[in-house]
Write a protein that binds this ligand. Structure first.
Ligand code: 0RA
Length: 651
């Protein structure tokens, strides 16, 4: 810390200095207050906290390279080529005699960052600083290259210095490079629940995002843990423009240009990039001080408001939209958008359920104002692209109206014909959704067997034929023209799309019953994708299941035995070491008679069902996107990289 801040500390000695006297104890008493949790998320938060300090140094223009290394002994090192934390001792005040570096590592800096000028922006969810990392570590090694000298200091057991900071020699190499390196070993007694093992994937993802958000900054990751060695370096000359291109890589861009603008005003900064793809989904990603704001917030609101207004104004001015026409809706304009809204501000307020929503109201007007000006300019300068955006929004608006009409038609049909159920549905007699189940069965012949096997009081059967349509590429209105889809929607009974209401579902178990082969796997993925996109509350409520028909059969004497999967087969072999009979691999549901299907797969008393989680449905959706989307390269890449993964093998 500079001499300047030393004077300040003396001048307003007060409440914040009382914390100094308490040291780091509060952090060890209530770690969750400082790092969110003591699980894996909290463990990784230690890394983010240290990296954020180096990123701040980079943002102030003093550093262009950050290294993050996972060492063999379980510790993590973060180093940078910044100015180095100041090492000179405080001449007076509460920290008299201590080096600035020692203070940085042992004093709780509630809220803000420790620096003086150039440290206006504080990163980190809690913005608590590196002293918290020290408090929660078994050991911290600090190395500072500054003023031509290399300095070192060590802390143990939650931040206790083992001595004063000392000069260990000259900085190596010529050119007197400066920099800071912090190596910490997380305290296993703090992270007892989920352990102290860092997850490379988690670290890589975060570092890549940081590299995208800080244009030009080189972030080098190295895993030195035995058996997991790898090195990855991220550096993006285009910053968030590269981020947008990266996100649109597996999609078909509507045009190749990426709109980009930056601005700064009274300590607030924004950096925004956007592009559209030919898909139908809205991908607006907000960040505040490098933190992902998945719940959105003021920056995203300001952007959306301005985007809607700018595109409508452009369309009206150019006569693409007539005076008498209705305005394009925000959701129509945002269809297929990929945008990064990265803002920086000195006192971010994180709100919402998961503290991932930016609450600072001033950010809304700032982003809105700048977007109104700069995006309007961009559209004027890029009429070809602007026209495509308007055309796409108009198509989206038409599709929205068509989808609504189609939805209403389906609903009317349901209301008019009383039950109005599709012919193919063999409904159950119970009217109580709690005890009612619907089996969605692939193929008519398997449907017949299932019909014989069911309990007609509580089990309904809906056979669907072969492939329904590709839900990834079809809009809702087109989907609702497909008989298999309307039958599904009508049978389930809660509507479809945005208006889907799980409380109106006629069954509380929607069970997908498909073969264990390639076609079965495909139809399962299609159905999960459909549920995920068009009936998500159904998945969230835990109403969607996958039936588990057995994979193997064998015989003991005259008795036929069914085994669910390889695990069950191996267990069986352990229990029956003398079993000599062959195992049949059951290819299709059609190979079982109704009694077999009932006992192995359908009867509540003997079956096992797999409940589908939102994560699994999302995964199916992602798989579908890659497999069915337009980008052949991504599809090839996906199949190659996941070829070993059994989950994807049969798709
Ligand atoms: C306070 C003042 C100065 C630098 C830093 C802190 C600093 C902190 C960290 C943490 C990780 N890397 C860092 N690099 C620098 C600037 C002092 C000066 O004027 O030289």
């Amino acid at each position: 810390m500079s001499t300047k801040s030393t004077t300040t500390a003396t001048a307003d000695y007060g409440a914040k200095d009382i914390q100094v006297l308490e040291g780091l104890d509060p952090v060890r008493k209530r770690p969750g207050m400082y790092i969110g949790s003591t699980g894996l998320a909290g463990l990784h938060h230690l890394i983010w906290e240290v990296v954020d300090n180096s990123v701040d140094e980079a943002m102030a223009g003093h550093c262009d390279r950050i290294g993050v290394t996972l060492l063999a002994d379980g510790s993590c090192r973060v180093d940078d080529n910044g100015r180095g934390i100041p090492v000179d001792p405080y001449p007076s005040g509460p920290h008299k005699g201590k080096s600035a570096a020692e203070v940085v590592l042992t004093v709780l800096h509630a809220g803000g960052k420790f620096g003086g000028e150039g440290y206006k922006v504080s990163g980190g969810l809690h913005g608590v600083g590196v002293s918290v990392v020290n408090a929660l570590s078994k050991r911290v090694h600090l190395q500072i290259d500054r003023g031509g000298k290399r300095h070192e200091m060590e802390f143990v057991d939650g931040g206790k210095p083992t001595g004063k900071i000392s000069v260990v020699g000259d900085t190596p190499g010529r050119g007197r490079k400066n920099g800071t390196s912090v190596t910490f070993l997380p305290d296993p007694t703090i992270f007892a629940s989920e352990g102290t093992e860092f997850v490379a994937r988690t670290v890589l993802e975060r570092l890549q995002t940081m590299a995208f958000l800080n244009r030009g900054l080189e972030i080098a990751f190295k895993d030195e843990r035995p058996g997991r060695e790898q090195e990855v370096t991220f550096q993006y000359k285009g910053g968030i423009v590269d981020f947008v291109k990266h996100l649109n890589q597996s999609k078909e861009a509507l045009f190749s240009k990426v709109a980009h603008y930056e601005d700064e005003d009274e300590g607030q900064m924004l950096d925004i990039a956007l592009q559209w793809n030919t898909g139908y989904h809205e991908g607006i990603h907000g960040y505040a001080n490098g933190i992902s704001t998945i719940e959105g917030g003021m920056h995203v609101e300001g952007f959306k408001t301005a985007l809607t207004s700018v595109v409508n104004k452009y369309a009206k001015n150019r006569g693409l939209l007539k005076e008498k026409d209705d305005n394009l809706l925000g959701e129509d304009i945002r269809e297929g958008i990929t945008a990064i809204i990265s803002v920086k501000l000195s006192e971010p307020q994180f709100e919402g359920q998961t503290k991932a929503k930016l609450g600072n109201v001033s950010m809304r007007s700032f982003v809105q104002k700048v977007t109104n000006e700069r995006l309007a300019e961009w559209l004027d300068e890029n009429p070809t692209e602007a026209n495509k955006i308007v055309k796409k929004a108009q198509a989206a608006a038409q599709a929205r109206v068509a989808a609504k009409n189609a939805r209403n038609a389906v609903r009317r049909k349901t209301a008019l014909a009383g039950a109005g159920m599709p012919d193919k549905l063999k409904d159950c007699t119970s009217g109580n959704p709690d005890e009612s189940e619907i089996f969605i069965v692939e193929g008519d012949s398997a449907g017949g067997t299932a019909l014989d096997a069911r309990d007609p009081r509580t089990q309904a059967i809906l056979p669907i034929r072969g492939k329904i349509l590709n839900v990834e590429r079809a809009r809702l209105d087109k989907m609702l023209k497909n008989n298999e889809v309307t039958a599904l929607v009508t049978a389930i009974g809660g509507g479809v799309g945005d208006e889907f209401d799980a409380a109106k579902a006629r069954y509380h178990k929607i069970i997908i019953l498909a073969d264990a082969d390639v076609d079965g796997s495909h139809i399962r993925t299609l159905l999960l994708t459909f549920f995920f996109r068009q009936m998500r509350p159904l998945v969230e409520a835990g109403y969607v299941y996958i039936a588990q028909p057995p994979l193997y059969s064998t015989e003991i004497g005259k008795e036929k035995i069914y085994l669910k999967d390889d695990l069950a087969k191996n267990r069986f072999l352990e229990e029956h070491p003398n079993h000599k009979k062959e195992f049949q691999r059951l290819k299709g549901l059609g190979e079982m008679d109704w009694e077999e299907l009932r006992s192995t797969t359908m009867s509540d008393a003997t079956r096992t069902l797999l409940q589908v989680t939102v994560e699994e449905a999302a995964l199916a959706d992602e798989v579908m996107g890659v497999l069915m989307g337009d980008d052949v390269e991504s599809r090839k890449h996906f199949i190659q990289t996941n070829a070993k993964d059994v989950r994807f093998l049969d798709i």
